[in-house]
Design a protein around this ligand. Structure first.
Ligand code: NAP
Length: 289
């Protein structure tokens, strides 16, 4: 039996698997598009072409895909259900409280332990002291998965049994980040429209906000160097994170206008073919046609 299985090898899933391989563990990987496993196999991972067999191969299965519907398409099958018995399922896909609680109940029926995690890091941060995960779910499952999670995220916070706590805190941070990113890009558009150099604007942000916003600032103004095709998080991944945010607010009877509005602006960028660019591509939506 291998030590751990990773299902979903996009920008984030590949970084997770790579970090655990480099730490010397036996790793099984699966991705819908097998070509994304090639680099990991070259590093020593074993690729298993069937998701249920991949789950069966290790005591811990980590899922990191675009959204919960994508995860359900290979998890909620009779074969995966059978394979999950006695395993720990760690869901690192961003999702809502409802999705996390429903997956926990479903996993319990399958005889599995369930953990829900929010990744507070970019792929290049994984395994470094910058990496933070917010995790909630079954305590015994956490005890089993903790050594691996701590390799991935030295700043690891366990928030108790209810998976909704990890979703809510993760989405709260995403909400703050989106506000900052959208706000900076909107401000950059205002400066651009008036002929003010963006450096004057960013210098002002730095002196007003201090260094705490540096990472966001650096990311938000990537559009300036035509660096939009190089990214650690696709614009569509930011967009997909807004759906569970709106869902959670609606479920709780709160006003979901903020995530819905941001989603509608990002949808325009996706329709124009910029979904796999950096979030800085948003400025192209704000500019005159
Ligand atoms: P990504 O690069 O777009 O990768 C998406 C992954 O989902 C790919 O492995 C893709 O498989 C898989 N997938 C999509 N639809 C599928 C389906 N119907 N069936 C099976 N697999 C499917 O996205 P990412 O950046 O890795 O993000 C993954 C998760 O991590 C998201 O929930 C995101 O919110 C979270 N996250 C990411 C970051 C970041 O900085 N990137 C930070 C925090 C949290 P294919 O290759 O076959 O298309």
């Amino acid at each position: 039996m291998s030590d751990i299985t990773f299902l979903g090898l996009g920008l984030m899933g590949s970084a997770l698997a790579e970090t655990i391989i480099k730490a010397g563990h036996d790793v099984v990987v699966w991705n819908r598009n097998p070509s994304k496993a090639e680099a990991l196999v070259a590093m020593g991972a074993q690729y298993v072409s069937d998701p249920a067999e991949a789950i069966d191969a290790s005591p811990i299965a980590v899922v990191c895909v675009g959204n919960y519907d994508a995860a359900d398409s290979f998890l909620r099958t009779p074969e995966s259900l059978a394979a999950l018995k006695g395993r720990v399922l760690v869901q690192l896909t961003s999702g809502s409280a409802r999705a996390g609680r429903s997956t926990q109940a479903w996993a319990k029926e399958a005889g599995a332990m369930y953990l829900d995690g929010g990744i507070m890091a970019y792929p290049s941060d994984i395994g470094t002291t910058e990496s933070m995960f917010l995790v909630a779910g079954d305590e015994d499952g956490y005890a089993q998965a903790e050594p691996f999670l701590r390799i991935l995220a030295p700043k690891l916070e366990y928030l108790g049994d209810d998976p909704a706590r990890a979703s809510a805190l993760f989405l709260a941070m995403l909400s703050a980040e989106c506000g900052l990113m959208f706000g900076i890009l909107n401000g950059a558009a205002l400066c651009e429209a008036t002929g003010i150099p963006s450096s004057q604007f960013t210098d002002l942000i730095k002196s007003d906000f201090g260094t705490s916003g540096d990472g966001y600032l650096e990311n938000a103004i990537k559009y300036e160097n035509n660096d939009l095709d190089k990214t650690e998080a696709f614009l569509r991944t930011w967009a997909e994170g807004l759906d569970p945010m709106a869902e959670m607010m609606e479920d709780a009877g709160y006003n979901p206008d903020f995530p819905k509005f941001l989603r509608s602006v990002l949808n325009v960028a996706i329709e124009r073919g910029w979904g796999e660019q950096d979030i800085g591509a948003l400025i192209k939506v704000l500019r005159p046609n």
